[in-house]
Design a protein around this ligand. Structure first.
Ligand code: GLP
Length: 233
């Protein structure tokens, strides 16, 4: 793993932007995207740049079950607000949180991933080491699946909702095996709340109990972390 320590999320966004740029300049056409506060500075740098994704495809990691794209808490809405309105892609895929038939949606999403091998996958990390919504204990060979969110993730994500009871309990997430297929992976982490998860990811054993630790086995993974997230290394 290539670890880049930056002063803060602002600097991290600039580094993240450079990685998108390099992948794009080398002909990358498929970008795996993430939500949460972490990738925001990178998305901001992309929005402020002349990068053009109009011939590219994006595939998002995850979506809450029960929330449609017009719900302002959905990840589809987040992506429109923070990237797609300014930088549209030729085609953007996000799991359908309103799918009636979850099994069918999961199979459909796996087919989308198989048809569009990801050149660059950007990731945040949960305080418990989750990536996408792959909570601790998720098998490393998992593909897209429905997730029952852990109390700690519901609590962490409740800051975006008016009331913790409104946080969905289920999500659809790309699986660990799907994420690992990306040619290049960029994980960003900022703030001391991520320091434990980052120490375990980089220095701990590779274990399903810390989903992000599998990145130790990826041939081309970059971590951009700020000094606070690096403080337990
Ligand atoms: C959610 C998302 C993850 C994200 C994590 C951390 O659980 N599904 O993809 O990495 O939150 O969020 P934040 O970046 O806001 O700390």
């Amino acid at each position: 793993m290539n670890v880049i320590v930056v002063k803060n999320a602002q600097e991290g966004g600039k580094e993240g932007y450079q990685i998108f740029r390099q992948v794009k300049d080398r002909g990358g056409k498929v970008f795996g995207l993430a939500t949460g506060s972490t990738p925001l500075t990178t998305y901001q740098e992309l929005c402020n740049s002349d990068i053009d994704f109009s011939d590219c495809t994006s595939i998002n990691l995850d979506e809450y079950v029960g929330l449609g794209p017009n719900n302002d808490q959905s990840y589809a809405y987040f992506m429109k607000q923070n990237l797609f309105n300014q930088k549209p892609f030729a085609k953007s895929y996000i799991p359908n949180g309103l799918a009636q038939d979850i099994a069918e949606e999961v199979a459909h999403y796996d087919q989308i991933i198989a048809d569009h091998p990801v050149d660059l996958q950007i990731l945040g990390i949960g305080r418990n080491g989750h990536i996408g919504f792959n909570e601790p204990g998720t098998p490393f060979d998992s593909t897209t699946h429905e997730v029952h969110l852990t109390p700690s993730t519901i609590e962490a994500n409740s800051r975006f909702f008016d009331n913790p009871d409104e946080v969905p309990r289920y999500a659809l997430s790309m699986g660990m095996a799907s994420i690992m297929k990306a040619k290049h992976i960029l994980l960003e982490a900022y703030g001391d709340a991520k320091a434990d998860a980052i120490a375990k990811t980089i220095e701990g054993p590779v274990t399903e109990e810390v989903p992000a630790s599998i990145l130790q086995k990826h041939s081309d993974a970059t971590l951009i972390i700020d000094e606070a997230a690096a403080s337990k290394l």
